[in-house]
Design a protein. Structure first.
Lengths: 400, 478
């Protein structure tokens, strides 16, 4: 009791970050262009450090709506995004209920009526299989999976608008599985590959396996994710192709796990990623390894709620769909070659951002193609003028 | 005998062609097994081109004065062989500098062999057969490239099974197998030398001469339009060969082709140019108007690159278009030089053209690798489009303007080239009746009249056109 009193002041962080990162305004995309004001809160209203994991609340306030990002490591790491239609909504946490993890209602967004949409992503398991024949078909030879809720998670480290979390277990050896959440206040593009284009309505999650001891020389990994889509579950994955690979060289596709509105083409929430993972922390083009996903399938809501405190606290009857992302194709180097794998995804509400050309490419094309045309026209005019001025002498001229 | 010599001559160059594009055929394996990035991979092409910046001038000289055609051919074949073996050894022992050295040595032999092959052809086949022989040479060369593209991947996989796993050893072994073709070329060269010596003894033929005289002081006499042709040549070819070098992975990544399919579509340029070159050469010869054909080829290549860059249309279309336009340009551009300079300067002009071309290829190959590593394929394709636009299209337009202003005839009739300049490519003795003895025979009235008219600078009818000499320089590799 006495210890609780001394920790009261310093364990409640209220970090006011008004980020004025200046991104190139000419990146016109199909994203909302307004800026949001970000406020970060670690373990809101908590009197003491919650055992087992932290809860980060980021409040991104727009003109007349708010996005609440909740990132929790109690149990399996979970990201929850709640979209409300007022700029004065707030998150209330009943810590005893939240930490008990057996009833829902421990976390709520007030006022409840303002909630437009909510999407949550849970990282549930890390699977490993022995790819002895180098076929990259994860059908069999699975080793016992790592349940991510059973990992020892470190405390959330905050820097800029990012929160990093690492999990260790004796089976990893000296390695760890780390996740970094980045929240943004406006449009922009990440600095490191795959340089996903983000908007103010999205957050970026980077997952990497660093130094984990593989259980065979030919191991490959799969990451299992589960998603809750509020009223509209994330039921399908769209793959879009585009011609510009300037920001992610040699990748021409983007995959989007979306929650379609009433089976139509509008989407209310998405998980977006490019089908590439990198085998080095500062990757070059050769360090790219392709990844695949499995079809989304319905999962048991109770099991997921039991594994993640945030799901249990916020959702009463969640509709869960899950998929696996597998890293590596036949012929690609195994995890053992570098013992490092990183993969990035975007989670957000509304429509996913659409990639565009960079202005350099457009400028080069305009100059490169336009000038010969102009030259040809000008040249043709010049030649005609020249002919008119000098006439066209006959082939033979009189000698005298 | 001629039949045998024809086949030998045609085959002996195929080893060099087969091995030139080995890196492109095994791009993924080279990069993965040796832990390279794309910029370093393209160095393998750059190092092939560097010796030829200088050697293009001296190839003819070396073959004529220093070694003689027979010994010279054998020496250059040896260089090709040894170069490929060094290259394979460098891969085996995972020493990249050794591989670069191997490509350098290979390059010394490769381009000079082209000159030797042409000299043999001109020496043995006179008259109408020359066209056929040159056509066959080009086709066989292209066949070698195509076979390389499609087979090397399969060879590598088989070797990997034997060796146990992919790695530098597998790569080195595959490249050693490719070196066998170079050995075959060397054997052909030896047999050709023997046959030629026998012919010299039996038929009292002279040892062939390339006929090239390189005088660097001639460079100051080159007309402006010739320099423009040089620039067009560089600007065009740097958008073809580095692209093919990097093409396989592009088709795998963007169009989801399997590696075998990607290699096949990469090699379609060569497959098409094998039959298309003779046909298009015939068409260009018949119609003249080289500049128009060159413009068409440039526009077609630009269109092909834009299709590949900005759409997901089936790349077979774009690559076929690229193959046709590449053949068309080769048939239309190289003969243009023969119309712009007198015959005694032809050697220098072509030497210069090839030298600049190799310089451009070496530089752009490295630049392409670097661009790909940092910015990806779209920017690379845009870069190639920009190269074509700037160096080829702009310059071509400038040339058309200059010719339009200089020309006396309407409708760019002088683009036919026959009467614009007072230089007249003199007919080579090879086109006359029976080799060297024809020079001693009195000229016919027809020949006399033609000589008189050509001195006046009049326009000669088509069947008297003598740009056959330019065929000798239609560079077999490019």
């Amino acid at each position: 009791m006495a210890a609780a009193g001394t920790m009261r002041g310093d364990r409640v962080f209220v970090v006011l970050l008004i980020l004025r990162l200046s991104f190139c305004p000419c990146l016109v995309g199909a994203t909302n262009e307004y800026k949001r004001q970000l406020t970060l809160q670690l373990n809101p209203n908590s009197t003491s450090l919650p055992p087992g994991g932290d809860l980060l609340h980021v409040r991104a306030v727009g003109d007349n709506d708010t996005l609440h990002f909740l990132w929790c490591s109690q149990g399996a790491p979970t990201l929850l995004i709640v979209h409300t239609n007022t700029s004065s909504s707030s998150v209330q946490v009943n810590w005893t209920q939240f930490l008990s993890r057996n009833v829902s209602g421990g976390l709520s967004v007030e006022p409840q009526s303002s909630i437009q949409y909510s999407i949550a992503v849970v990282f549930s398991r890390l699977l490993e299989y022995d790819d002895a024949n180098d076929t990259a078909m994860p059908d069999s030879d699975f080793f016992p999976p790592y349940e991510l809720q059973n990992l020892n998670w470190t405390r959330l480290e905050l820097f800029d608008a990012k929160a990093q979390l690492c999990g260790e277990t004796p089976e990893f050896g000296n390695g760890s599985l780390c996740l970094t959440l980045s929240v943004f206040d406006s449009d922009g593009r990440a600095e490191s590959w795959p340089r996903l284009l983000h908007s103010a309505n999205s957050s970026q999650l980077e997952v990497w396996l660093d130094g984990i001891m593989p259980r065979s020389a030919n191991s490959r990994f799969l990451l299992e994710m589960q998603a809750v889509g509020g009223d509209f579950p994330l039921s399908r994955v769209d793959v879009r192709q585009f011609i510009d690979d300037e920001f992610t060289p040699s990748i021409f596709k983007v995959s989007q796990w979306v929650s379609p509105v009433k089976g139509g083409s509008d989407v209310s929430g998405y998980v977006q990623w490019k089908p590439v993972a990198y085998r080095q922390s500062n990757p070059a083009l050769e360090d790219a390894t392709p990844c695949r996903y499995s079809d989304p399938q319905t999962q048991d809501g109770n099991a997921t709620a039991a594994s993640s405190a945030l799901i249990q606290a916020f959702f009463s009857q969640p509709n869960i769909t899950g998929l696996n992302v597998s890293f590596g194709l036949a012929g690609e180097p195994f995890y053992n070659s570098t013992r490092f794998l990183s993969w990035t995804m975007l989670v957000g509400v509304g429509a996913p951002p659409v990639d565009t050309f960079s202005p350099i490419v457009l400028a080069i094309m305009a100059v490169g193609l336009g000038t010969p045309m102009i030259l040809l026209l000008v040249g043709g005019v010049l030649v005609c003028l020249h002919k008119r001025r000098h006439g066209s002498p006959a082939t033979y001229q009189p000698i005298n | 005998m001629c039949f045998l010599v024809n086949h030998l001559n045609v085959f002996f160059f195929s080893g060099s062609y087969f091995c030139y594009d080995n890196p492109a055929a095994l791009q993924t394996q080279v990069i993965q097994d040796l832990n390279l990035n794309t910029a370093k991979f393209m160095q393998l092409y750059a190092w092939y081109s560097w010796p030829n910046v200088v050697l293009c001038f001296f190839g003819g000289f070396l073959l004529d004065r220093v070694f003689g055609i027979r010994l010279g051919t054998i020496i250059f074949s040896l260089f090709v062989c040894v170069g490929q073996v060094i290259f394979a050894a460098g891969a085996w022992y995972d020493l990249f500098w050794l591989m670069e050295l191997g490509r350098f040595v290979f390059g010394i032999g490769g381009e000079s062999l082209a000159v030797a092959q042409n000299t043999y052809a001109v020496n043995w086949f006179k008259g109408k057969e020359l066209n056929l022989v040159f056509g066959l040479q080009l086709s066989m060369a292209r066949l070698g490239s195509t076979v390389n593209m499609n087979i090397m991947g399969w060879v590598y996989n088989k070797v990997a099974v034997v060796v146990g796993s992919p790695g530098p050893t597998t790569l080195g072994a595959s490249l050693m197998i490719a070196a066998v073709t170079c050995l075959f070329s060397l054997v052909c060269a030896l047999v050709l030398g023997v046959l030629d010596k026998r012919a010299e003894r039996i038929l009292h033929k002279e040892e062939g001469k390339t006929g090239e005289v390189i005088k660097l002081t001639d460079v100051k006499d080159f007309p402006l339009t010739l320099w423009l042709v040089f620039i067009i040549c560089v600007g065009y070819y740097v958008a073809i060969f580095p692209f093919i070098g990097l093409g396989q992975v592009f088709f795998i990544e963007k169009f989801n082709f399997s590696p075998a399919e990607a290699r096949a579509v990469n090699s379609i340029v060569y497959i098409i140019s094998a039959p298309a070159s003779p046909v298009l050469g015939f068409v260009v010869d018949k119609t003249g108007r080289n500049v128009v054909w060159v413009m068409m080829a440039v526009v077609a290549t630009l269109a092909a690159h834009m299709m590949l860059a900005f759409t997901f249309w089936n790349p077979w279309i774009a690559m076929s278009l690229l193959g046709v336009s590449y053949s068309l340009l080769a048939c239309a551009l190289w003969p243009m030089v023969a119309f712009m300079v007198p015959e005694h300067q032809l050697g220098t002009a072509y030497g210069f053209m090839q030298s600049i071309q190799n310089l451009g290829l070496a530089l752009i190959a490295m630049a392409a690798g670097a661009i790909l590593d940092s910015r990806g394929y779209l920017v690379l394709e845009v870069f190639f489009c920009a190269c074509i636009c700037t160096f080829a299209a702009h310059v071509l337009v400038i040339m058309i303007i200059i010719l339009g202003c200089l020309c006396e005839h309407r409708c760019f009739g002088c683009l036919r080239w026959s009467g614009c300049y007072s230089y007249r490519a003199k007919r080579r003795p090879i086109k006359q009746t029976q080799g060297d003895f024809a020079r001693l025979a009195p000229m016919s009235a027809f020949g006399l009249r033609n000589r008189y008219l050509s001195r006046l600078g009049a326009q000669l009818p088509d069947h008297c056109s003598t740009h056959l000499s330019s065929l000798a320089y239609r560079s077999v590799l490019k």
